[in-house]
Design a binder for this molecule. Structure first.
Ligand code: ARG
Length: 566
């Protein structure tokens, strides 16, 4: 595919000596208003060197740049050079590329030879996998897919919360009140129940806390019974968690959680001591981070046991040694911003320059629309319950709208779960948002079902045509604004994917999917596709196919399926 942006930069660099080709390329942009053209080049930066006003420079460049077959016009407007690409050339160039590359359309090699670790979800053993966890889980999985798509060698890690003093409490609670069969039938709520009971009882019976501490120490010393119980909790929890991951289409390469680093703690604590970074403070050990405007980081507790932050230090070092990453990404909520600032600063103080490659990708909160979700167990809303409810409601919608649909059950899952994921990723990550199931499942508005429905609509048109013959197609019929807008959007897919990865922002792709779907629906509304004139029909159906492919690729990067019939 000809990259017009680059070609324009080539034309310009022959006339502009004061800026490098790369600088020129970085200045070429898409005008906000498409009436101004497809690409624009601002001349303001040239004023000083040319000793002329941007207006005059733009006029002069417009008159001296050479004509090419793919450019319809170059116009100077208030200091900008506006380029309009020949619609027929544009359409053919883009459509042929999409049809040729199919599921690879949008890929590039920006990540070739680079290794990226993405840590996400990182739920806690024996605790609910609740609605709030959708953020880390889906932003992380989407980034995982985007990075892979761009050629990065990726490692997806679920840093399970499977260690800490709470496991001592859980063991005590289990031994007092646990019933294996009951817990196995519904592990998380039952484990939560005895854990809550532990805290209630401990208020009047503080010796329980001592017992819990003793059991955690046993666990640290690999006492057989303690390890067996901990393993039981972990296995039962993972069974439930994996059921949710499967529903969401989320996968990991490693489940090395906090416990994995327990034997690496003494090493990291010693290193901190040797590097003279720790100080004693009331029996505990801390790193003073005051010079950097941060509160002190607690490394070991009074009783010598290690901490969450220390485990993160050990984990980062282990990852560098094991994977030699170029980038080590953590998808974790904004509430832990300080925690990440602290330990990344400590990595820097330890003298490791790869601290720069450790990136906290943070995000805001998700709240729940009052009344839209009932809480089955206490006041936590389980993510799995939301997914199941979305599927049931989608089934009802299908029964009403299209009862004869093939594979109804499967499609209901693809739409229902996809809708929840889309709603999550459609919000830019730093924004808080309120989850509203009704709005999420709507086929209208900016929703997952709307995009999926548009894809299915394209599929249904495509089923009516046996073959697409590009040699017959007359691409000049795609010169009207609705068609050209679709072509333009298609042409931007690669840029959008690169931008999403740069900003760690799957939202960019979700937004793109909506733009493409809306553009396609305008085109579909304005034009008959299956017309008698073969030149017209083949050009339009080729555009439909290109949209189908690109929508599917975009949906897959944000973890949605693209059913062909809905
Ligand atoms: N399990 C932790 C929590 O639920 C999140 C872990 C985040 N990852 C990390 N490397 N600290 O809060």
């Amino acid at each position: 595919m000809i990259n017009y942006k680059k070609e324009i930069a080539v034309l310009l660099s022959e006339k502009i000596e004061t800026l490098s080709y790369e600088e020129i390329l970085s200045l070429v942009e898409h005008p906000k208003n498409t009436e101004m053209g497809d690409y624009a080049f601002p001349c303001f930066k040239l004023a000083k060197a040319f000793k002329k006003s941007p207006n005059v420079i733009a006029e002069e460049l417009a008159n001296t740049l050479p004509q090419t077959e793919w450019l319809e016009s170059i116009v100077a407007i208030s200091g900008f050079l506006n380029f309009t690409v020949d619609a027929s050339h544009f359409a053919k160039n883009v459509i042929v590329a999409v049809l040729d590359q199919t599921s690879n359309y949008g890929k590039s090699e920006v990540g070739a030879g680079k290794k990226t670790i993405i840590e996400y979800s990182s739920v806690n053993i024996a605790k609910p996998f609740h609605m709030g966890h959708i953020r880390s889980t889906m932003i992380g999985e989407s980034l995982h897919r985007i990075y892979k798509f761009l050629g990065y060698d990726t490692v997806a890690i679920n840093h399970l919360g499977d260690y800490g003093t709470q496991f001592g409490k859980l063991i005590v609670a289990y031994k007092l009140w646990g019933d294996k069969a009951t817990i196995e039938s519904d592990p998380i709520p039952e484990l939560l129940k005895i854990y809550v009971k532990f805290h209630q009882e401990a208020e009047t019976n503080p010796s329980l806390e001592d017992e819990a501490r003793a059991w955690f120490t046993k666990l640290e010393n690999e006492d057989e019974e303690a390890v067996a119980l901990w393993t039981l909790f972990k296995d039962m929890s993972l069974k439930v968690f994996n059921r949710v991951y499967e529903k969401l289409g989320v996968t990991f390469d490693s489940y090395a959680g906090e416990s994995f680093y327990s034997d690496k703690m003494p090493g990291i604590v010693n290193e901190l001591r040797e590097k003279k970074l720790v100080e004693k403070s009331e029996g505990a050990e801390i790193v003073n981070l005051e010079p950097y405007g941060l509160i002190p980081a607690l490394i070991t507790k009074k009783d010598g046991s290690s901490l969450y932050l220390t485990r993160d230090l050990a984990a980062a070092k282990y990852r560098k040694e094991t994977y030699n990453f170029d980038k080590n990404i953590y998808v974790v909520g904004s509430a832990q911003k300080l925690h990440f600032q602290q330990w990344i600063k400590i990595v820097e103080l330890m003298g490791y320059d790869w601290y720069k490659d450790c990136i906290h990708v943070d995000f805001g909160m998700v709240a729940l629309e009052e009344g839209s979700l009932s809480t089955r167990k206490g006041n936590v809303v389980f993510l799995e319950d939301v997914l199941d409810k979305a599927v049931v409601q989608t089934q009802a919608i299908i029964e009403e709208k299209n009862p004869n649909l093939e594979n109804k059950a499967l499609v209901a899952k693809q739409i229902g779960i996809g809708a929840v994921i889309f709603q999550e990723l459609y919000t830019s990550r730093n924004k808080d948002y309120t989850f509203d199931l009704e709005k999420t499942l709507s086929f209208e508005g900016e929703t997952g079902p709307y995009v999926q429905y548009t894809h299915a609509r394209a599929c249904s048109v495509l089923r009516k045509v046996e073959t697409i013959d590009l040699s017959v197609a007359d691409f000049s019929v795609l010169a009207d604004e609705a068609s050209k807008d679709v072509v333009r959007t298609l042409s931007k897919f690669n840029e959008v994917v690169v931008l999403a990865h740069k900003n760690y922002e799957p939202h960019t792709i979700a937004r793109y999917a909506i733009d493409l779907a809306q553009g396609f629906n305008r085109f579909y509304h304005d034009h008959a596709i299956l017309v008698d004139d073969a030149k017209v029909m083949h050009a339009r159906i080729a555009l439909v196919k290109a949209v189908k492919i690109t929508l599917q690729n975009a949906l897959s990067l944000i973890c949605l399926e693209a059913p062909e019939k809905m």
